[in-house]
Ligand binder design. Structure first.
Ligand code: GLN
Length: 288
């Protein structure tokens, strides 16, 4: 294992930080050798079989091209479950786990009806139905290939979620459905300015349709989702959103103008304004 570790470091230094190579090499050994973290430590003096070395070399080559390790492995972990991922879905992020955790704490023992808009891998509704007893969930996405991944993830995690192909920006004349206790979304929110600061492994590999918004209208999805929430949420129901850390104030204004109450913003683990929750009041009045 020592020689393989040296190979990983030699080929990836200068491309990734030392700490990151350390964690990548652990992930590689765990995956390729089928070992736990502890076993990797205990067996660090053992020799690796030739076939496994070939696999490791292939992984290193792909990492050197900035391909995310989650796409190379075809899976990642989110809120304690394994999710299949491929380049048609965004890799689930820890920030989104925090949003899911917020909902789970609020709705424990309440069996809510949930709609996730822009579901991608399905990680949000799948985690919610698995952790909220009696909950029901729908996941909408514009991308058929994302919906395939989401359905597979629901099956693999034995979660019952109804996935549908919906283009929300072109949903006109929203009917009043009043069906859901919770609307949740992590829509695209990255602008061109933010893109400049992002890593190649995100911008070159992850689906642009799930990430980017026009600079001329960065809140395009949020406006539509808020409008949907005014019609689809039950009275007292909640809208939960993951947001761009720079949009906190505008998001509060937007939700206030649509008539929502109890608007609460939360920071993510990195101290960035990342999540917002609001409630549909008894009588919803728009403030223009
Ligand atoms: N948080 C993601 C990132 O910065 C973006 C997610 C999104 O656009 N919804 O890579």
């Amino acid at each position: 294992m020592q020689a393989a570790k040296k190979m990983i470091f030699d080929q990836l230094s200068g491309i990734y930080e030392k700490k990151e190579i350390e964690s990548l090499s652990m992930l590689i050994f765990e995956k390729v050798l089928g070992l736990t973290r502890i076993q990797v430590h205990l067996r660090h003096n053992e020799t690796i079989a030739a076939a496994n070395l070939v696999q490791i070399k292939e992984i290193i080559n792909r990492l050197a091209q900035f391909e995310p390790i989650q796409y190379i492995f075809g899976e990642t972990e989110f809120y304690g479950c394994v999710f299949k991922v491929n380049p048609s879905v965004l890799i689930p992020r820890p920030e989104t786990e925090e949003l899911v955790d917020w909902i789970i704490n609020d709705y424990k023992h309440l069996s809510p009806a949930i709609l996730d808009i822009g579901t991608g891998s399905g990680c949000i509704p799948i985690s919610l139905v698995k952790n909220l007893q009696g909950a029901s969930a729908e996941g909408w996405d514009i991308s058929i290939s994302a919906l395939h991944v989401a359905s597979e993830n629901a099956r693999a995690n034995t979660a019952n979620v109804n996935f549908q192909c919906v283009d929300i920006l072109n949903l006109t004349d929203l009917p009043s459905r009043v069906e859901y206790d919770i609307l949740v979304s992590n829509p695209p929110y990255v602008t061109t300015v933010d893109k400049e600061l992002m890593q190649k492994n995100v911008t070159h590999f992850e689906p642009h349709i799930a990430l980017f918004v026009p600079d001329s209208d960065p809140l395009i999805f949020y406006r539509k989702i808020a409008e949907m929430a005014t019609k689809y949420l039950k009275i007292g129901g909640h809208l939960y959103l993951e947001i761009n850390e720079k949009s906190g104030i505008e998001m509060i204004d937007l939700l206030f103008s649509k008539g929502f109450t109890n608007i609460t913003q939360r920071k993510d683990i990195n101290g960035k304004d990342r999540m917002i929750r609001c409630e549909k009041p008894n009588l919803i009045t728009e403030h223009n």
